[in-house]
Design a protein around this ligand. Structure first.
Ligand code: ATP
Ligand code: MG
Length: 567
């Protein structure tokens, strides 16, 4: 491509709205432009990288025997009503009506669509296993679109759905996807870890998220360097700390006026947060859930939701609900006499002695509370693991880091096939529900993650496999015939070899051209300057500061060598 003909939309200024390096760079390098909140248009240069990532995904999917498919983004509501998700999905789903008032949505994901296809085409075990995938546009009205295409409202997802006759088949499909994902991210130059993830209240037998470490990540991930354990915080089990044994004392109500927070309680009683138990009141759809954890702990909402069998809406209760449940102002909730549908008690609390709890009466707390003696509830693991906890697998030290999910693989089992009646006849003629798995990769999010991990102060440093162009040839002064001729010749030879090459024939100073090449992140740069009179050109890699002077006759080989090194 001749850059004089190309739509170049690079920006010199850092766009004010972008915090994340990848977001800034995608805008500055002219990869995309924002159209509305969480909605972006890809420019030609950005689209090239996006398509390359898609192709890597496609190749690796095909390699493990998945078949490409393409479903419509517009989905009739009936399918979602069958699965029960029309209401459950909530405001994240873009809903619309046609001219006849028939309801549709713009697909946020496609489990229902693929299950309905499987239901209509799969009759017998002989057609199994089957794995269908698509690379397609998804729509989600995210509560907080941000970080550019990391969390946008329209994005490209590769989603695959596997259908098997038994659990063994599902395990194989899942393992193949795990391998394919590992290869995809490796080929894209994304350093990420597969971590154990929550599989929801319905169980599901396994789930892994592919996480990129980033301080901007919205997930917290638990890692153990010793044994390699890695899990999403939502999933990682905590181990109850055993308090030192004490004789149980008599429960006593104490007046604590205006003492409503843990900090205020610590001051009032002159003790530590480990001696308190807080009772948090949540609203889970129309149910009230009280959860007790030690004063210095955080409730793990995913563990709580799983314990109560799932909830569409789950959040801390409003003031009115708290007042009804506790018959007190906020700040005095406790387990004794609480009016809630569930009372969940973290294991650690059940192991404490003589602790302080709210009295469900404004201005009062109880001291010397003991589980079993003074109150009872459902005991379990309801708190977040902390960096002071031990690795759930090997007992060594753990590290907690923030991460961004780029991919997710999930054993669905019969969750959709049962409710939607997607069945097959097994070897004995028995009708059984299909065993399913689903597997997603965010293509745009992967692109942003690549940039997040490959950049410097001058711009993007694309790995060769996903660079929009692989080589840029820059004649330093286009008016100098000798330079221009040599540049044209190199450009042509590289093109003939099938290499994706740019010729920067714009009427700009060499400095400007270098800046743009660096910002866009072209992996190899060939500069034809003064030295052409001695038959030499300059060769520079974007990821190195070294400039090699090379005989013009050797330059093509040098480029080819670089390709060979990378493959
Ligand atoms: P998150 O927790 O980040 O919202 P999710 O659990 O909703 O992700 P999935 O439904 O598993 O995501 O979707 C599969 C993949 O699609 C994710 O791993 C991610 O890479 C991508 N993805 C999800 N939501 C978005 C979004 N709003 N913008 C860009 N990519 C997204
Ligand atoms: Mg989401």
């Amino acid at each position: 491509m001749r850059m004089s003909n190309m739509l170049i939309t690079t920006l010199r200024e850092v766009p004010a709205e972008a915090e994340l390096p990848s977001h800034q760079l995608m805008l500055r390098a002219g990869m995309m432009r924002k159209m509305a909140s969480g909605i972006y248009n890809y420019m030609p240069i950005g689209l090239r990288s996006l398509k390359k990532i898609e192709n890597i995904v496609r190749e690796e999917m095909n390699k493990v025997g998945a078949q490409e498919f393409l479903a419509s983004a517009l989905i009739p509501s009936e399918l979602w009503k069958e699965s029960g998700r029309w209401e459950v999905f909530g405001p994240e789903m873009f809903k619309l009506r046609d001219r006849n008032e028939r309801e549709f949505c713009l697909g946020p994901t496609h489990e229902e669509v693929f299950t309905s296809i499987a239901r209509s085409v799969i009759k017998s075990y002989k057609q199994l296993p089957l794995n269908l995938y698509q690379i397609q546009t998804k729509y989600r009205d995210e509560r907080r679109p941000r970080f550019g295409v990391m969390r946008s409202r329209e994005f490209v997802m590769k989603d695959a759905y596997s259908f098997d006759k038994d659990e063994k088949g599902l395990d194989e499909a899942y393992n193949k996807m795990y391998e394919a994902y590992t290869n995809i991210f490796k080929r894209c130059g994304v350093d990420c870890s597969a971590v154990e993830a929550d599989s929801g209240a319905m169980g599901g037998s396994g789930s892994a998220e592919f996480m990129v470490k980033s301080e901007y990540g919205e997930d917290e991930v638990v890692f153990c360097d010793k044994c390699g354990y890695a899990a999403n915080m939502e999933k990682a089990p905590s181990t109850a700390e055993k308090a030192e044994k004490e004789e149980a004392k008599v429960l006593e109500k104490v007046e604590t006026p205006e003492v409503k927070t843990i900090e205020a309680l610590i001051n009032f009683f002159g003790t530590t947060a480990k001696k308190f138990v807080k009772t948090l009141i949540y609203k889970a759809d129309d149910k009230v859930v009280a959860v007790m954890v030690r004063g210095d702990r955080e409730v793990n909402e995913v563990k709580v939701v799983n314990k109560i069998g799932g909830a569409v809406e789950f959040e801390l209760a409003d003031e009115k609900t708290v007042k009804t449940a506790t018959t007190a102002e906020i700040g005095f909730a406790g387990p004794i006499g609480i009016n809630s549908d569930y009372l969940l008690v973290d294991e650690e609390v059940a192991n404490m002695y003589n602790f302080i709890i709210g009295a469900n009466e404004t201005g009062y707390h109880y001291v010397n509370a003991n589980y079993g003696k003074d109150f009872e509830g459902t005991v379990g693991d309801f708190r977040n693991i902390t960096s002071e906890d031990k690795c759930p697998k090997c007992g060594n030290k753990i590290v907690i880091a923030r991460g961004i999910e780029v991919g997710h693989i999930f054993k669905l089992g019969t969750k959709y096939s049962e409710v939607m009646g997607a069945t097959f006849n097994d070897e004995n003629g028995k009708v059984k529900p299909l065993i399913m798995g689903c597997y997603g990769i965010g293509v745009n999010r992967t692109m942003a993650s690549i940039i997040e991990q490959h950049n410097d102060q001058n711009g993007i440093i694309w790995p060769l496999a996903v660079a929009p162009y692989q080589v840029v040839v820059i004649p330093a002064v286009i008016k100098k015939e000798e330079q221009m001729e040599a540049a044209e010749k190199i450009y042509k030879e590289l093109q003939d070899l099938g290499i994706e090459v740019l010729l920067d024939d714009r009427k700009e100073r060499a400095g400007v051209k270098f800046k743009d090449a660096d910002l866009i992140g072209i992996p190899m740069r060939i500069t034809v300057g003064k030295m052409i009179s001695e038959g030499k050109v300059e060769f520079k890699l974007r990821n190195s500061s070294e400039v090699e002077e090379i005989e013009i006759s050797c330059i093509i080989n040098r480029v080819k060598e670089k390709f060979e090194e990378t493959v």
